[in-house]
Design a protein around this ligand. Structure first.
Ligand code: 5GP
Ligand code: ZN
Length: 143
């Protein structure tokens, strides 16, 4: 994946401010932060999105996220933090190498996800539950 920005960061072809790395994962400062200290965590091996991640990488990603989040919490006087991941361009993904964002939050930052919340019509929540549970149960039976 030569033209992937994050792969090039891993191989040092593109410079970055590295916070943490090990054999499996790397964490860097986001070049255009929501707040200073906004960090990214991603696997060294190229993966397009969450569903493309190999299962063995889950723990490495969350361990690195934990290490970096602690550093943010202990050093940046933040009042809260968000961990999130955009998957697919419609969801805001602009770099197609899976990554977690970790960003500090402050009470006066006025950042809000603009949500138009829906209510399920009668019976629809149950119907969605049944469709999804059915698929999940089928998948686990196939393992
Ligand atoms: P996405 O939009 O895919 O959820 O997040 C990609 C993030 O990568 C953006 O927040 C963007 O600022 C960051 N980013 C893009 N290119 C670079 C880069 O070359 N270096 C660093 N450090 N961050 C980058
Ligand atoms: Zn990549």
């Amino acid at each position: 994946m030569n033209n992937c920005i994050f792969c090039q960061i891993v191989t040092r072809k593109i410079p970055s401010e590295i916070l943490y790395e090990n054999e499996h994962v790397i964490s860097i400062l986001d070049i255009n932060p929501i707040h200073f200290g906004h960090a990214l965590v991603f696997p060294k091996k190229h993966c397009r999105d969450f569903l493309d991640l190999p299962e063995e990488s889950y723990k490495h990603i969350l361990q690195a996220a934990n290490i970096v989040t602690k550093a943010l919490v202990k050093n940046l006087n933040l009042e809260g933090y968000n961990l999130f991941s955009n998957n697919g361009s419609i969801a805001g993904q602009s770099v197609f190498h899976f990554h977690l964002h970790i960003t500090p939050r402050y009470s006066d930052d006025n950042i809000r996800f603009v949500l138009r919340l829906k209510e399920y019509p009668d019976g629809e929540m149950k119907r969605y539950g049944e469709i999804l549970r059915h698929y999940i149960n089928q998948q686990s039976e196939m393992k």
